[in-house]
Ligand binder design. Structure first.
Ligand SMILES: *Cc1c(COP(=O)(O)O)cnc(C)c1O
Length: 368
């Protein structure tokens, strides 16, 4: 059975010496928590985004939790987002006591649309939370204008969009706060959990720093509650520093894989990813669509190929969010997509041979 693991084993085979050197550097430094590697990574990651501040945190979900808290979002506030995202986006909104308000998405790009956001803003709305889904950016300029009109902050969920660009400008530099995950499968992945927030605001940065450190301003003195222990690990930070220098190379390889799929599958009836105007896609996942999805996946399984679905259940229809009261049919595009989408293997170390195996099987299964 070819279970396409996400590629970190083959990446580790390529980068093992550097990864182990990063681990050894930290273990030998005597600074295991909030030491020089976290500080340097924060500086480098902020510079990479052309912003002034970055706070390393423990994962992408808590990056959103802390980001929302830093923006003053809490109990009873409404946060506008999408339901075709990774559930953690919404779990984080719920965790600060706020109410997620979902909008449907564009049927071609699968992204949030500004006119839908405008339609759900109420006097309880406290934040707009676009998700740069699958590796390409939501159209940000109209969204920024809408947010400014209503005096609302924007938190960008960039967990799937490291290095993505929109009209030349990098994902993470549009919002008041942007959040990242470094979960191993992400475009920039750690060897364990990790996350970060970036912002240009010194005040938000200071709040984020306190929030990840028990609410303390200096050691042993809490100035803000509730606080969290939400630190990026020093070992992961040192690994991320090394991998950040290779990010452009990872992106080039992902784009080459995408190009090859696009060429080989153009005439199969599969709906291939559509890149919105002005976007540089980073292909965190390569999501295709077909009305006979379940049948196709079952047949691929007979070819020993097991593919992933990102994501099979839209968040508003998941059991844990039933209390939000979104009935079946309330987000028709999102719901239809969830029954038709599936993901082809996509990672920088995917070989041409592995890719051919998937392409050949798909062409056979889809042949008229
Ligand atoms: C992965 C992901 C998260 C959560 O990140 P973790 O590091 O797993 O907590 C949040 N939002 C999106 C869109 C993601 O893809």
């Amino acid at each position: 059975m070819t279970q396409f693991v996400w590629g970190y084993l083959s990446e580790y085979a390529e980068e093992r010496a550097d990864i182990l050197d990063a681990v050894d550097t930290v273990f030998g430094s005597g600074k295991l928590v909030l030491g020089p590697s976290v500080r340097e990574f924060e500086n480098e990651f902020a510079a990479f985004h052309g912003v002034s501040h970055c706070v390393g945190v423990d994962n992408g979900t808590n990056a959103i939790v802390l980001g929302l808290r830093a923006l003053g979002v809490g109990e009873g506030d409404e946060v506008v987002t999408v339901a075709n995202t990774a559930a953690p986006t919404v779990v984080a909104i719920d965790a600060v006591g706020a109410r997620p308000v979902f909008v449907d998405v564009d049927p071609d790009t699968y992204l949030m649309r500004v006119e839908d956001v405008a339609a759900v803003i109420t006097d309880r709305t406290r934040c707009l939370l676009p998700v740069h889904l699958y590796g390409q950016c939501v159209e940000m300029e109209p969204l920024r204008r809408l947010a400014a009109e209503h005096g609302l902050p924007i938190l960008e969920d960039c967990a799937q969009a490291h290095g993505a660009r929109h009209h030349g400008r990098i994902a993470g530099s549009f919002g008041d706060v942007a959040t990242f995950s470094f979960y191993p499968t992400k475009v920039l992945g750690a060897y364990g959990d990790g996350g970060a927030t970036v912002t240009d605001s010194p005040d938000l940065d200071a709040r984020l720093r306190r929030l990840r450190y028990y609410g303390m301003e200096s050691v042993y003195h809490v100035v803000e509650t509730p606080g969290y222990n939400s630190r990026l690990d020093e070992v992961q930070a040192e690994i991320l520093r090394r991998k950040l220098t290779r990010l452009d190379g990872y992106l080039a390889r992902r784009r080459a894989v995408a190009e090859r799929y696009a060429e080989a599958l153009a005439d199969t009836g599969l709906v291939l990813p559509v890149t919105a105007e002005g976007n540089d896609h980073v292909y965190y996942v390569y999501v295709v669509r077909h009305p006979r999805r379940d049948e196709i996946l079952a047949e691929l399984k007979r070819h020993d190929i097991v593919l992933n679905i990102s994501y099979p259940w839209p968040v508003h229809r998941q059991t844990g969010f039933a209390h939000l009261g979104y009935a079946e049919g309330s987000l028709p595009v999102t719901e239809r997509l969830s029954g038709e989408i599936f993901s082809l293997p996509m990672y920088p170390s995917l070989t041409a041979g592995e890719q051919d195996k998937v392409i050949d099987a798909l062409r056979e299964v889809l042949a008229p």
